[in-house]
Design a protein around this ligand. Structure first.
Ligand code: FES
Ligand code: FES
Length: 181
């Protein structure tokens, strides 16, 4: 980072494998820099104070609420946003595929944060139980789905990666949801 005035700095951010050099106010949040200065509007802003999880990105593989991180703090780290999960012409990431397949979204506002949270969860726990998925997504608020389909989607994503038991759990969660609907 090079400070060229008291309030601005030129920083280099690595996002989805690409480097971006931008001159920004030092107090500007990572979420705003991603959206306004880099043009990656897939990162959504809901509460803007760390509660809803809509702005979740991965920084060096770990989930972070980009509304609570200054962009200057992220310099030198690898940032992954929802746009980095799959190139526009490439097949969907398994987690995206699972959310489509299991109807893990409605309006889609929470979805980018949910997807990145799920990616991090499955990196840490490749074959999670339903309870672990519930705990894992507990910090991301969804106003539409009632969460059941999201849980089914994350379990299904695990099964796509593993091919096995998680697929059966996902079926059970889906069946339970259908039964209670
Ligand atoms: S917008 Fe960042 S947690 Fe809600
Ligand atoms: S799908 Fe609408 S907020 Fe989650």
């Amino acid at each position: 980072m090079s400070a060229h005035s008291a309030a601005h700095a030129t920083i280099q951010l690595k996002v989805n494998g690409r480097s971006y050099r931008r001159s920004i106010p030092v107090r500007k949040l990572l979420a705003d820099v991603l959206r306004e200065d880099i043009g990656l509007t897939g990162t959504h802003l809901g509460c803007e104070h760390g509660v809803c999880g809509a702005c979740t990105v991965l920084i060096d593989g770990r989930t972070a609420r980009s509304c609570l991180v200054l962009a200057v703090q992220a310099e030198g780290s690898e940032i992954l946003t929802v746009e980095g999960l799959a190139a526009p012409t490439a097949p969907l990431h398994p987690v995206q595929e699972a959310f489509c397949e299991k109807h893990g979204l409605q309006c889609g506002f929470c979805t980018p944060g949910m997807l990145l949270n799920a990616v991090a969860l499955l990196q840490e726990k490749p074959d999670p139980t339903e309870e672990e998925v519930r705990e894992g997504i507990a910090g991301n608020i969804c106003r539409c789905t009632g969460y059941q389909q999201i849980i089914a989607a994350v379990l299904y994503a695990a099964s796509l990666r593993n091919g096995g038991a998680a697929s059966r759990q996902s079926e059970e969660v889906t069946r339970e949801e259908t039964h209670h609907a």
